[in-house]
Design a binder for this molecule. Structure first.
Ligand SMILES: Nc1nc(=O)c2c([nH]1)NC[C@@H]1CN(c3ccc(C(=O)N[C@@H](CCC(=O)O)C(=O)O)cc3)C=[N+]21
Length: 293
């Protein structure tokens, strides 16, 4: 069997097309949504992701505001930049690109983001609202990668209600909030959240109708662990240097042989990454709409 590809690039394009219409409606009312990014240091991966986010903004008609700080920036520099983004009326929503360079306090930085401008949904108040299952007006913006995963599965008709999802990785941006999202009323999956200290992880993966790999270990998920027909999403990515060319190569968390066992498979790149970016734009548009009402 060859798995159906969960094409994140094409799906993200469709999402962006829908957002462009909502952005046009906002502009007709005199409002242009703005996405801010704060990037600290010179990690090439982070630079490439942030550049992608600004390209997306240009494509759909969102203003972008970019603050880049050198690797030598202090915690006070980072906090001053956050204050500036909180106060800038052109910024509807923004993100602090993670990880911050060693020595800087990410949790302290996230706490300082104005929760109403938190385009990642990673402020403690917004994560708390997600835990509490608050809906409507006060609902938190959803963390972008988890929201992108749920949106991608939904657009391909992969069911989640009553299904068993095994999430591999408990990080702040993917695994931990994904568990919260998948178990919400209306999504209704049963989740096993696994991590580096899980014993016999293959057993947890073999039970799953949907496997989400977000560990950052190249080709960690083995074909013999996957139930035939399961949906497998490859989220983690590692830059591995090619021994011959010396060029950095992107390698996902899933062994490519899994594509022959799975029923649906999201590649990396071209899978969840573009969806993450589309959900970020969606959070900014939603924040602009809410500021209006
Ligand atoms: N505050 C914060 N929010 C984030 O959402 C966040 C973050 N920090 N830190 C790093 C991770 C990683 N991340 C990606 C987003 C898009 C792609 C993406 O679009 N990837 C393309 C390839 C891009 C390339 O070639 O470099 C793809 O998968 O096809 C990848 C990774 C967001 N993150």
């Amino acid at each position: 069997m060859v798995a159906v590809t969960l094409d994140g690039k094409a799906t993200a394009s469709a999402v962006k097309g829908e957002l462009a219409q909502r952005i046009a409606a906002l502009k007709a009312q005199g409002i242009t949504p703005g996405l801010g990014t704060l990037l600290v240091g010179d990690d090439p991966g982070s630079h490439s992701y942030v550049a992608g986010k600004h390209r997306d903004c240009a494509e759909v008609g969102i203003n972008s505001i970019r603050i880049d700080l050198p690797a030598t920036a202090t915690q006070a520099d980072v906090e001053a930049a956050i204050k500036q983004l909180n106060e800038d009326p052109a910024v509807t929503g923004y993100i602090v690109q993670l990880p911050l360079p060693k020595g800087l306090d990410e949790h302290a930085a996230l706490e300082l983001i104005d929760p109403a401008k938190d385009a990642d949904g990673l402020h403690p108040m917004n994560l708390g609202r997600l835990v509490m299952g608050i809906e409507g007006e006060l609902a938190s913006p959803l963390p972008c990668t988890p929201a992108g995963i749920v949106e991608l599965l939904s657009r391909y008709g992969v069911p989640l209600a009553g299904k068993h999802v095994t999430v591999v990785g408990r990080g702040l941006t993917v695994g931990r909030p994904l568990g919260l999202l998948l178990t919400r009323k209306g999504v209704d999956a049963t989740v096993t959240l696994t991590h580096s200290r899980t014993v016999n992880i293959g057993d947890d993966i073999r039970r799953a109708d949907v496997v989400v790999a977000a560990v950052g270990v190249p080709h960690f998920i083995k074909p013999e662990w996957v139930k035939p027909g399961a949906a497998v999403l490859d989220v983690g990515i590692t830059r591995v240097e090619n021994a011959e060319t010396g060029k950095a190569q992107l390698t996902g968390d899933v062994d490519p042989a899994v594509a022959e066992i799975a029923g649906h498979f999201s590649p990396n790149p071209g899978g969840v990454g573009p969806m993450t970016r589309a959900m970020l734009l969606a959070n900014v548009v939603k924040a602009a709409e809410q500021a209006l009402s």
